[in-house]
Design a protein around this ligand. Structure first.
Ligand SMILES: [Zn+2]
Length: 104
């Protein structure tokens, strides 16, 4: 799994799909189990019309493990923000933009 990129399928209901993304629970559980909380796991997604601030749902996921890094890309502004649970709170962490290709 180290360094592996695992795309997720959006299983949200079709009429909600354009506003929300719900990761396929089976794939998510398989990744989570294989990861086991040891080392860093980076989860990323975009906010097509909003900012790169973590939503309440994002915060719920972030708080599941202190080793989870959560990267959000705001399509409109082209800005990235990253978050991590630190001492039980969601904190923004610094990221360094080097050769991130947002078209991938
Ligand atoms: Zn989000």
């Amino acid at each position: 799994m180290r360094g592996e990129h695992i795309p997720m399928v959006n299983t949200e209901r079709p009429w909600v799909r354009h506003r929300k993304f719900k990761m396929d629970p089976e794939t998510q559980l398989a990744v989570w189990n294989e990861w086991g909380g040891d080392g860093d796991l980076i989860v990323y997604h975009s906010h097509p019309t909003g900012t790169a601030f973590a939503s309440e749902l994002d915060r719920t996921v972030i708080l599941q493990s202190p080793n989870l890094k959560f990267l959000i890309y705001a399509v409109v502004t082209g800005r990235f923000r990253a978050y991590q649970a630190i001492d039980g709170k969601v904190e923004e962490i610094k990221i360094f933009k080097t050769d991130i290709d947002a078209t991938v």
